[in-house]
Design a protein around this ligand. Sequence first.
Ligand SMILES: Cc1ncc(C[n+]2csc(CCOP(=O)(O)OP(=O)(O)O)c2C)c(N)n1
Ligand SMILES: [Mg+2]
Length: 623
Amino acid sequence: MKTTTARKLVEKKAKGADRLLIDRPENVGKPQMKWGSDVVAEIVRRLDLKYIALVPGASYRGFHDSIVNYLGNENPQMVICLHEEHAISIADGYGKVTEEPMAVALHSNVGLMHATMPIFNAWCDRTPMIIFGATGPVDAHRRRPWIDWIHTSKDQASMIRNYIKWDDQPASPQAAVEAVLRANQITRSAPRGPVYICLDAGLQEAPLAEEVLVPDVTRFTPAPSPAAPRNQVLKTIEAIDAAKFPLILMGRVSRKQQDWDRRVRFAEAIGAAVLTSSNDPASFPTTHRLHVAAPCLRPNKAVTALIEKADLIISMDWLDLAGIFRLALGTAQTQAPVDKTIIHCSPDTYRINGWSMDHQALPAVDIPIHVEPDQFISQLLEEIGSEKKSKTKIGPELKKLPHWNDQALAPATAASRSSMTLWDMAMTVRDFAKNRDVTFARLPIGWPGEAYEFDGPLSFLGNDGGGAVGTGPGHTIGAALALKGSGRLPVGIIGDGDYLMGVNALWTAAHFEIPVMIVVADNRSYFNDEMHQERVAQMRGRPAQNRWIGQRIDDPRVDLVAMACAQGFEAEAPVSTVEGLAKALKRGADIVGRGGRYFIDSVVEPGYADTGPDQRSGTVKKP
Ligand SMILES: Cc1ncc(C[n+]2csc(CCOP(=O)(O)OP(=O)(O)O)c2C)c(N)n1
Ligand SMILES: [Mg+2]
């Protein structure tokens, strides 16, 4: 189903392929900077922020007018959303691809309240993002009765201050210039995260009373990321030289191809085994000989064996270093440090606070490095030079270790079966993605590591850092927006619970004609929590067969396809066999390749496949 085209399409030659060519204002002429909000718009334009995701509201009607009629709805261009949650999630998905901030505008306290959860998510994702909020007028004498009073809060940012990097509420247009410049520096500096500027409605709507200076923004760019002290680099090389079995835990790293290539060169140069997490964006080619075990979230047998075997562990901003030791080695934690040499490279200490525990447990570390991993790796490579390759010690050891991808994988279930497990679905998707430039914007809970065949930094963008259901659709569409015109195929594979919570993010993709495919692993349940209820019942000696109560999304069955079509996606009837899914994926790829949007309801049996084809299953049936 296509959206109507009453709106004007302005064709802008071939270079417009990555732009949104709609919603163009008319008769704006050559507007003068005359109002407080024009100043904010002007400084934002100079920072070259391409988009601003928003749900409108009167608290920022001045700023809204400035974007449309002063900027001509360009740099940034408005990306209208149907919920503040999606505005933030779209900016998060965009930032995951570009590592650049997208702007967001949120209406007063109420819009901000809607946005809090995905802001937390973006905080956990370390995603840059400049959020504009609004309040007031702060001057009570200028407030309209009732509504302006309701929508004015003191210290509005206090709602989110614990999970953003910085906030401000400038009291003059000149101060707003400074606030935006500072916000830009802070959000782009590692460890990254959202920042918030609250714009007084009074400031926005007041005519400029004095000249405002808008400086050359090149003098306010963020500083380059710091380098590791040389003695730490040398110490690391000594530790590598002394190690018999070095293991790299490749964690939160950049999306840049040259950084990816350097990571591969580094691992090869020192001959270390490499692990990646199934929850974080792609960081290393998963089929590389050194990537011995399939990616996973919690250490499985193969990962545990590698961790046990390693005498040197190099964490490249691994999200939960102490946690993986605890899971793999039993007792190892802060109080009982592991008996191995540990190098931990992460800038995270510069950003953590006492409210959020997303810093995870404190690991014991022998060589701490407070910089971004890719910076550290480039320093190490420079120091090592190329002659190191011959010194590789792990080579013979590695030859003895089976590579996860060499093992014969259970194929998707035979054609005759009339239903699909999550394993079947994952294997079908894996086959589909081979030889295609797919970006998996999200993958669902329980997706098997054996389906993670990643060959570049945009193969996978990681899951919701804040463990927040409802962000899948927004993340996928934000990523697709960033990838528009790149030739890649953006695919978000998400749970039905996630889809249903965030479903009306889809309209934004249709409105702006963003090519994207969304596939739901439809188990008709909040299945993750069925597993929890089962575990609790078992621990308490109670009937586990009741685990489905309060969990199943059925009776009536929600028509997921209709919800996508109603918002301008193309789709077909739900598929429940591997052949049906394979055909649907191909059809979808063709449509998205031509610039369209495709939705697939992939019906699966309840159960998870992250423990292999014999999936943790949902044989429990409702009576
Ligand atoms: C905002 C939010 N609400 C509730 C939860 C708890 N929760 C975690 S996973 C999950 C189920 C998600 O359902 P779905 O997307 O269908 O995936 P499935 O569990 O079926 O694999 C829920 C409710 C959460 N993490 N975030
Ligand atoms: Mg589900």
